[in-house]
Ligand binder design. Sequence first.
Ligand SMILES: Cc1cc2nc3c(=O)[nH]c(=O)nc-3n(C[C@H](O)[C@H](O)[C@H](O)COP(=O)(O)O)c2cc1C
Length: 300
Amino acid sequence: MKTLICYFSGTGNTKKVVDKYAQQFEENGWEIDLQNIEKEMTFDCSDYDSIGIAYPVHAFNAPSIVVDFCKKLPKLQEKKQLYIIKTSGEPLKINNISSTKIKRILKRKNYVLQNEYHYVMPYNMIFRHSNAMAYKMWNTAERLIPIDCKEIIDKKETKLSYFPLSTPISWVMRIEHWGGRFNGKKYKVNEKCVHCQKCVRDCPTHNITIDEEGNFHFGNNCLMCMRCSFMCPVDAFKIGWFNSWKVNGKYVFDDPDNTEQKSHKNFCKHSYKKYFKKSEEKISKNAEKSNTENKKDVKI
Ligand SMILES: Cc1cc2nc3c(=O)[nH]c(=O)nc-3n(C[C@H](O)[C@H](O)[C@H](O)COP(=O)(O)O)c2cc1C
């Protein structure tokens, strides 16, 4: 069997999850190809048994680059299995609605949604999670992915539930798609800049240019993915109206140091607790099931 995951990742969280999926598919004997949505499409969907779409939630929606990519995907002659993988900074149920638009587009083209999974990963905007929290999030996702990947392989349908009010909220929040473009023009780089031009090279829409005098120019195509300001090695960015929500610097995912100060320890406390509890339940239920199956195999 052969699968293709088409992904977008602003600052690496979604890519981290996608890489773990790729490893799991391979371990289960599946062939897997990865298509970065930012780049030109190099694969033909009709060559695959199933297609995955992976993205970070932006304002309770899929980023515009993902929506545009889905619009460009070819209509298939026959129905094909579709799975969606997404990451977001908080586990609020309203994030479950984020795939509505792409699901509608893809359904018309014969991509039939069978599984959708949502992993909580550290915020790349709004505030910085502690490294201990980043560790906990990744440690949870890392143990869920093998189980979820097996569900995709076994064609065990899994969908995310949402409450009806999510629909109008997510619809209104799609304002982010053009609001981001407008805000992107307000980005500034301060005197800390060392002119490494990492931001220019890495911008997914080539929206940043530097003129001969070394002045930065920001075009109309900002996706608000935060790659430029998050990855800036000297934290030289000002991100327009949302500057107080800026997060700079990669997370450390392998440091479970719980003594670290958590400045937002009460933010969505119950939602995170529920997410981790539900995840642990799924992980232990799966471990019990495998133990029983192993025992049966030994008896045979
Ligand atoms: C513009 C923007 C909007 C976001 N909106 C949401 C949101 O609505 N809900 C949420 O939980 N996280 C939100 N986040 C956080 C990201 O979804 C989260 O950090 C994600 O894991 C980033 O993935 P990436 O590194 O692959 O880009 C937002 C981030 C950005 C930059």
